[in-house]
Design a protein around this ligand. Structure first.
Ligand code: ATP
Length: 358
């Protein structure tokens, strides 16, 4: 295993695209710690796969360097980097049995037979294919074939890192949970550096110790799931993570208060916006917007209530701005409601970036 360092990486898919400033990755400078479990999370087209392929060596970046430990690997092939990769769609050897598929990368590396048997048998259990160990891969479902791909990547413990590109796309939803927790368990046990690309926040937040959030070719925040939830550094992170995402309300700043559509809201620790900001906004997650009886908070007009079983999602108009609240099971929903914001959950943004209050 090795620490993976990305030094000022930029990538354009052609010289023409570079000339017109059309970069798939605009500037990525980041270090993946040895043995960490990372997710690369972001919307379609933000550059996740491009970045993963630059780490694996399938792509050479237009600019910048990739380092494994102290070694510059920017120009090395994927094989020379000693990386295991699991793609969105299964890559299996159809004529081999499940067991042979898993043993293949180990045989290639001249691992002793008894060790191969031990590791493969263990992995067959983990991916739930022990009973089909001696079946040819050919006749298996896409779901099962993808489990073989996962197993083949995970069975190698000598690699510098394991890279996953949306590996659970073809997996049945029930099995997804199980495989995800197996991945986590394997990570705990073997402490392999894992980088997992997904656009699904649940997948990212349950798998990773650290989530790298990408937007439009750049990394906008790296943090634990808790940090991303509590202190999104950019309004995009607040909105993208969470279900529904964070409310972002246009506001003005007066003294240490925020003024949202004429309503004064005190910011704990003081507002202190960056001087000269063209736009200031207040972020509050729907989980921290409480609905109270009329007269006890700030007036809103409820426009829609969606009951999703365990909770209700309330959409409201707050002096011309849209506001979403989550009302938990057993909590009352007044017919005529006002809202109260939990002060500790307020975040102030200047030109979309969090104003640090620490
Ligand atoms: P998705 O989740 O849809 O796979 P992504 O976040 O992985 O998206 P990338 O596939 O890395 O994003 O793409 C980043 C940008 O680079 C996009 O604008 C995409 O259109 C562009 N791109 C990707 N591959 C190529 C290519 N081979 N040639 C030209 N442009 C490309």
């Amino acid at each position: 295993m090795a620490r993976i360092r990305l030094d000022h990486i930029r990538h354009a898919y052609s010289a023409d695209l570079a000339r017109s400033g059309n970069y798939a990755l605009r500037e990525v400078d980041h270090e993946f710690e040895d043995g960490g479990a990372y997710a690369l999370l972001g919307p379609s087209g933000c550059g996740k796969t491009t970045l993963l392929n630059i780490i694996s060596g399938l792509l050479t970046p237009s600019e910048g360097h990739v380092r494994f430990g102290d070694r510059d690997v920017t120009l090395l092939s994927p094989e020379a980097r000693n990386i295991a990769q699991v793609f969105q769609f299964p890559v299996v050897y159809d004529t081999m049995t499940v067991r042979e598929n898993l043993a293949f990368p180990l045989k290639n590396r001249k691992v002793p037979k008894s060790e191969i048997d031990r590791r493969v048998t263990d992995m067959l259990q983990r991916i739930g294919l022990a009973e089909k160990a001696d079946r040819r891969a050919q006749g298996l479902t896409a779901d099962e074939k993808q489990k073989i791909s996962l197993g083949r990547g995970l069975v190698r413990s000598d690699v510098n890192a394991i890279l996953f590109d949306e590996p659970l796309t073809v997996i049945d939803p029930h099995m997804k949970w199980q495989l995800r927790s197996q991945l986590k368990e394997l990570h705990r046990q073997f402490r392999m550096t894992m980088v997992y690309v997904t656009h699904d926040q649940t997948e990212a937040l349950t798998f990773a110790d650290k989530v790298v959030v990408m937007y439009d070719g750049e990394v906008v925040q790296i943090g634990t799931p808790e940090e991303l939830f509590e202190r999104p550094k950019h309004t995009f992170v607040g909105y993208f993570i969470g279900s529904p995402g964070m409310n972002v309300l246009t506001c003005a700043v007066e003294g240490t208060d925020a003024l949202v559509s004429g309503t004064r809201i005190a910011i704990p620790g003081g507002a202190r916006p960056t001087k000269g900001a063209a736009k200031t906004e207040l972020g509050i997650r729907p989980e921290f917007v409480r609905l109270v009886p009329r007269g006890q908070g700030m007036p809103v007009t409820v426009t829609r209530v969606e009951d999703i079983g365990s909770e209700r999602i309330v959409r409201a108009d707050f002096n011309g701005q849209k506001l979403v609240a989550i009302v938990g099971e057993g909590e009352g929903l007044p017919a005529e409601a006002d809202v109260v914001f939990d002060p500790s959950a307020l975040n102030l943004y200047a030109d979309s970036w969090l104003v640090d209050r620490s």
